[in-house]
Write a protein that binds this ligand. Structure first.
Ligand code: COA
Length: 380
């Protein structure tokens, strides 16, 4: 597409796709494995602990996890090694250069479903944005591999805005359509978050799960009759160290694992909770105002899925009352926090029942800090 061909594209969401790994870990299984690791660590370090040189580790609890987060289970691509107290990380086989890589494989599965649901031939897609918290390698871009696997003639690139990657991807795709640079863009979020989670850290070992989502953003003129108009998008970032991962190509963990913990996900959960809830609630309300939408009239909120308590508070501030499951659906209980994919899973699984003319909000928030809102209305 060139800029001259169209200057007035109206972006819509034509369809979404979801890939869910078959394997799932319950809180019971997770805590049993974690506590076996704790027992082993404390036994192996008994003398040093008694001498006050090493701190004893404390066991995790199913009750705490569910009460503090709302998470009951999470899907993963590599269950056995994660639950093995001697390993406690995913072990995904390294693939050859001629094989489809892990992220591309699950991303392609989600994209295929979105394309099928939209009745769209991959040949008619112009671009692929791979928007996720972690990339399997620096280059070639995951998006270009996904583009090639789907047979798309166009362009692709990767983008990372942590938990807000998908909404930032949707605005980027919408802007291409608004500017006439593309008519059909796949925003794919393969989130293999089990790889950045420190499964040995009691404060966070329960948080994340693996998944892939895809959102097909298109110009209204070519979209299927059943689609969602994008009424407006808004992005915001505010620097914070409260959610951080220092892994990078300049500072790989040493082979003996020294210093490894900060090369994985680390957070000050309480601070995140306190700082992000008001920021996001304010952003939603002021963006609704800018768009002339009554926030209390929103039919459904598809919020980022990190913590049930955060969502309860944000939904209450936006809707003006305690939201029920129909107004603010949760997928966190079975998927865990899937980073940028969370609000898209919620939208994918809980939007078919809405009526033409219903207005809702897809909203993300997370590391950066970053937050994104996408107000949508079901086509009548
Ligand atoms: N099992 C049992 N107890 C645990 C535990 C576990 N796995 N982890 C922590 N605890 C204990 C703590 O030691 C603490 O005990 P203390 O009161 O005796 O000191 C107590 O539980 C409370 O810990 P805290 O970390 O303050 O819990 P919390 O209520 O803040 O919940 C989170 C923790 C992470 C679930 C919550 O802060 C959160 O979800 N924050 C937002 C996170 C977020 O959205 N991040 C974005 C990621 S992309």
């Amino acid at each position: 597409m060139t800029q001259e061909t169209s200057m007035t594209g109206r972006p819509v969401i034509s369809a979404t796709g979801l890939f869910t790994p078959e394997q799932s870990i319950s809180n019971d299984e997770l805590v049993a494995s974690f506590n076996a690791f704790v027992e082993r660590f404390n036994a192996q370090n008994a003398d040093a602990i008694a001498a006050g040189e090493v701190e004893a580790l404390h066991p995790s609890s199913v009750e705490f996890i569910e009460k503090a987060s709302g998470i009951k289970a999470r899907h993963v691509l590599s269950k056995e090694p994660i639950l093995d107290p001697a390993i406690m990380e995913p072990r995904l086989e390294e693939r050859g250069n001629d094989e489809l890589s892990q992220m591309a494989e699950i991303g392609v599965a989600a994209c295929r479903q979105a394309l099928e649901r939209a009745g769209r031939d991959a040949k008619d897609v112009d671009a692929v944005l791979c928007a996720a918290s972690n990339m399997e390698r620096p280059y070639p871009a995951m998006a270009i591999e996904i583009q090639q696997a789907l047979g798309i003639d166009g362009f692709g690139f990767d983008m990372n805005v942590a938990c807000s990657s998908a909404t930032f991807g949707i605005q980027t795709a919408a802007d291409y359509i608004r500017a006439g640079n593309a008519k059909s863009v796949l925003v794919v979020s393969p989130e293999i978050t089990s790889g950045h989670l420190n499964w040995r850290d009691r404060d966070s070992h329960f948080i994340f799960g693996d998944v892939a989502t895809a959102v097909l953003v298109e110009e209204e003129a070519i979209a299927p009759a059943e689609h969602w108009d994008i009424l407006g998008t808004k992005l915001k970032t505010v620097f914070s160290n409260n959610i951080r991962n220092n892994f990078g190509f300049l500072n790989r963990a040493s082979p003996d694992g020294v210093g490894k913990a900060d090369k994985l996900f680390v957070q000050e959960g309480r601070k995140v909770f306190k700082e992000v809830v008001p920021m996001v609630a304010e952003m939603i309300v002021s963006e609704a105002d800018r768009l002339g939408i009554d926030p209390q009239g929103l039919r459904r909120l598809w919020l980022h899925q990190a913590n049930a308590g955060m969502n309860r508070l944000i939904a209450h501030r936006v809707l003006g009352h305690e939201a029920d499951a129909d107004e603010s659906p949760t997928v966190l209980d079975t998927y865990g926090n899937t980073s940028s994919a969370g609000s898209i899973i919620a939208f994918h699984l809980h939007s078919d029942d809405l009526a033409g003319g219903d207005t809702g909000l897809i909203c993300s928030f997370g590391a950066g800090y970053s937050a994104g809102t996408v107000f949508v209305r079901k086509a009548a």
